[in-house]
Design a protein. Structure first.
Ligand SMILES: *[C@@H]1O[C@H](CO)[C@@H](O)[C@H](O)[C@H]1NC(C)=O
Ligand SMILES: *[C@@H]1O[C@H](CO)[C@@H](O)[C@H](O)[C@H]1NC(C)=O
Length: 217
């Protein structure tokens, strides 16, 4: 009986261990400020000598500045991830500011490594994400200033400014380096391009439609 309980407990412990490893591991020290000068290749970034760490390693300035939205999307993401703020290394967290011109969109995309929680600081945003196969349910809502919405890790999501003026959002992401896969760019803008036979069959359209889309990138 005792043996069975020990076995069961080991299995439970093991599964929690595996669950934890599906996300960024817990730090084993107070911090590990990214050392961008190191040539070492590790999962994340090597640690700067703790004796040389300064407050500036944990700080970023400029998130009060609007991003330039004069582009075809009509939006601009200003990231504060480990590349901009080295102190985020190993901490499993980062943030972005997103600016939207009227009717600007942050096009359908996914973060392979992060859940995102977003709040609207100014304006009004339609947001949404799509659940995975086979349902592909669209979960969508219009947010006003002060509203908060969460995009679960890995799911395709988007935002659109549906107000009359500019919109601004701040979002936190559960990775030091969430990654972005923009669907249109990945599917139609890869280099080299995915074969038009494959895309024509996948999207059930004529190859000319595929060429037209690929030519946009
Ligand atoms: C915004 O971006 C556009 C397009 O790249 C550029 O022409 C314009 O000068 C930029 N505006 C500012 C204020 O930087
Ligand atoms: C729109 O934004 C996405 C994500 O920032 C970017 O990958 C894409 O190139 C942009 N598309 C255009 C047409 O500017």
């Amino acid at each position: 009986m005792a043996k069975h309980i020990i076995l069961l407990m080991s299995l439970v412990t093991l599964s929690f261990g595996l669950l934890a490893f599906a996300f960024e591991p817990s730090p084993l020290q107070d911090f590990c400020v990214a050392d961008s000068t190191s040539s070492a290749r590790v999962n994340g970034q090597p640690c700067k000598n703790p004796a040389l760490v300064q407050a500036s390693d944990f700080s970023f300035s400029g998130l009060h500045l609007p991003g330039n939205t004069s582009n075809p999307n009509g939006s601009k993401v200003t990231p504060v991830s480990v590349a901009q703020l080295p102190g985020l290394n190993t901490l499993g967290i980062s943030m972005v500011r997103i600016d939207y011109a009227p009717w600007g969109i942050n096009p359908p995309h996914t973060h392979p490594r992060a859940t995102e929680i977003l709040t609207v600081l100014e304006g009004s945003l339609q947001v949404g994400f799509v659940t995975s196969n086979p349902d592909n349910s669209l979960i969508t809502k219009t947010l006003q200033k002060g509203d908060v919405f969460v995009f679960p890790v890995g799911l395709v999501h988007f935002q659109r400014n549906v107000g009359t003026g500019n919109a601004v959002a701040i979002a936190a992401l559960s990775s030091q380096n969430p990654g972005v896969i923009t669907i249109a760019n990945a599917v139609f803008g890869s280099k080299p391009g995915i074969s038009s036979d494959i895309l024509a069959k996948a999207f059930q359209v004529d190859k000319s439609v595929v060429y037209q889309l690929q030519a946009k990138f």
